[in-house]
Design a protein around this ligand. Structure first.
Ligand code: AQP
Length: 332
């Protein structure tokens, strides 16, 4: 049976949040262990500069993210793990795909609209072009499946449209990728606004749990989480988004199904749920944090991992890019 290519990425734009961990990275580890999958994971540093970055911080955050992914159990030998900027074919394919993407399509992207509002002083072309670079990431590896959180669904649709458009003009070239959105945890909400996603760039530190936050910080933030009116603990994301967010986090951290969890909290108060959630998150992250310190302390090792990943990614990327250029009609 043909191996399935799985591709996903994360930006080194700051800390890794509990949302990133639950919605993406934790699942990557599981997918990587499923039979017949070949996984490729990128630290998406080219995407990161769509918002202005301090050079020293970008370098540090990129290595931090690499160490975080290793600590989370990403297997850099069986899967491919690399820094996006080390594989130049991403930028090159992105330019080519730009010529098969319409400005109107990019204008409609929710993330572009949101980020344009948030960074009104720097609405650069890269911000608008973000989905095309993401399409290039995915299509370069002839990806079958892309695990994403709900926030990235629209971008994946565009990647599919671009692939289909190119294939229609030039014949079968790209694999048309499918999204894989997890049933539970695809949108971990902000602890201070349960209607918004938990975001790296949220200015309110109480809204976001960083995976490297101390146990004390995690407990304090979850205790301060905004809950809903009433006192019943039920899973109802529409009417009780705050409580449902905590239940989701608890269910994933404890690997316990939602029905038995809700039963366990029958007749109990929100405070009980908060304490249980905080304890479960602390437990889930403790071994991860310890492993992180080990990986992060050896920068030479991290650079070897990045180099090894980029070399293997480049072999595939180069082949696809050559095929695309040939089809377009460039003299090779
Ligand atoms: N809150 C979330 N719940 C579930 N999944 C999430 N993801 C992000 N936030 C949540 C998923 O994590 C992966 C990596 O995403 P990213 O690097 O684009 O990170 P981000 O935190 O979403 O970065 P942003 O959007 O640049 O940060 P903000 O919003 O702070 O400006 C993706 O699979 C994503 O779906």
């Amino acid at each position: 049976m043909k191996q399935k290519v799985i591709y996903s990425g994360i930006q080194p734009s700051g800390i890794m949040t509990l949302g990133n961990y639950i919605g993406a990275v934790n699942e990557w580890r599981e997918i990587q262990n499923e039979e017949n999958n070949f996984c490729i994971f990128e630290v998406a540093d080219l995407h990161t500069i769509t918002v202005r970055q301090d050079p020293a911080a970008l370098r540090k955050n990129s290595l931090d993210m690499l160490a975080l992914l290793l600590a989370a159990g990403i297997d850099f030998k069986n899967s491919i793990l690399y820094l996006q900027s080390h594989v130049h074919e991403h930028s090159e394919l992105s330019w080519l795909l730009n010529c098969y993407t319409y400005v109107g399509e990019m204008n409609r992207m929710t993330q572009f609209k949101e980020k344009s509002e948030k960074h009104a002083d720097n609405i650069n072309m890269g911000l608008m072009d973000y989905p095309v670079l993401m399409a290039a990431d995915i299509l370069l590896f002839k990806t079958d499946v892309v695990p994403v959180g709900i926030d990235q669904r629209q971008h994946l649709e565009i990647a599919r449209d671009i692939a289909l458009r190119f294939n229609n003009i030039y014949g079968d070239t790209f694999t048309v990728p499918e999204a894989r959105v997890r049933k539970m945890g695809a949108k971990i909400a902000s602890l201070q606004n349960p209607l918004a996603k938990m975001s790296k760039s949220d200015p309110n530190p109480n809204a976001v749990i960083g995976v490297l936050n101390s146990e004390k910080e995690i407990i304090s933030k979850i205790k301060k989480a905004v809950t809903d009116s009433g006192s019943e603990i039920i899973y109802d994301p529409e009417n009780k988004p705050g409580v449902s967010n905590l239940l989701t986090i608890l269910s994933i951290a404890r690997k316990q199904d939602m029905d038995s969890l809700v039963k366990e909290f029958e007749g109990k108060m929100y405070g009980h749920l908060k304490i249980a959630t905080a304890e479960a998150v602390v437990e889930m992250l403790r071994p991860f944090r310890e492993r992180y310190e080990e990986f992060r302390s050896d920068e030479w090792y991290l650079m070897q991992v990045a180099k090894y990943g980029a070399e293997r990614a480049s072999v595939i990327a180069e082949k696809t890019l050559k095929e695309v250029k040939e089809k377009i009609g460039f003299v090779l």
